[in-house]
Write a protein that binds this ligand. Structure first.
Ligand SMILES: [Zn+2]
Ligand SMILES: [Zn+2]
Length: 215
């Protein structure tokens, strides 16, 4: 059996709490959707994984994402001792890339005025896509979302927002994409979990921290 690979998407500010709470043991590759604070400010804790694994961890992102990572985490490039900073290899990547037996395809989307990325992961004949921040999905990206087992999509809040889908827009897109299972994420405190879930019915799941998805 091929060695399992552990892929990580974004390092939010609570990354440390999440990996401790849910016993994450390894990170073989990190993919960053975009360099907004809520998606990258847990990045420093990657150093524990690079230390334990004694390796540089590949970090994939667009040119703009990597430019901002170098700016916000400039100390990473300064050559301190191995375990005091994250040891990573930044890789500019906007085309599909293989990690072990998985193929990760970057998905261009619009997030207000910015062009950023979600990711599609195909492995063992199963597929999942993750687009956490977006208010428009170009037709060319919609075509990359065919035949999914699971789709995870931004649905910020009930009210309109200039850079995110609201709940109605998210559900419309989830319906158009037509994955076997659909998830609405990036919620604000404007929504109460149980109330929203009962309103959406069984077609769309409102996930929770620690949710494990078996495909
Ligand atoms: Zn964002
Ligand atoms: Zn965000």
């Amino acid at each position: 059996m091929a060695a399992e690979k552990h892929l990580l998407f974004d390092t939010p500010p609570d990354f440390r709490d999440q990996v401790l709470s849910f016993g994450v043991q390894r990170v073989d590759a990190l993919f960053i959707t975009h360099p907004h604070a809520d998606h990258i400010y847990g990045f420093d804790d990657i150093r524990r994984f690079s230390t334990l694994q004694q390796q540089h961890i590949p970090v994939y992102g667009s040119a703009e994402t990597l430019r901002m990572m170098h700016k916000k985490f400039d100390y990473v490039d300064k050559g301190y001792s191995f375990d005091s900073v994250p040891r990573v290899q930044f890789i500019e990547q906007i085309t599909p890339v293989a990690v072990g037996e998985a193929v990760v395809t970057p998905l261009p989307v619009e997030h207000g005025p910015e062009s950023i990325y979600g990711f599609r992961i195909d492995a063992d004949g199963q597929s999942l896509a993750y687009i956490p921040d977006c208010n428009r999905i170009p037709d060319s990206t919609m075509e990359l979302l065919n035949g999914l087992d699971a789709m995870i999509l931004d649905g910020l809040r009930p009210k309109a927002h200039p850079t995110h889908f609201n709940i109605t827009q998210c559900v419309e897109h989830l319906n158009r994409i037509g994955a076997k299972r659909s998830f609405l994420i990036h919620l604000t405190h404007d929504s109460e979990h149980e109330t929203l879930q009962s309103k959406l019915g069984s077609a769309v799941t409102v996930p929770w921290d620690g949710l494990k998805l078996e495909l």
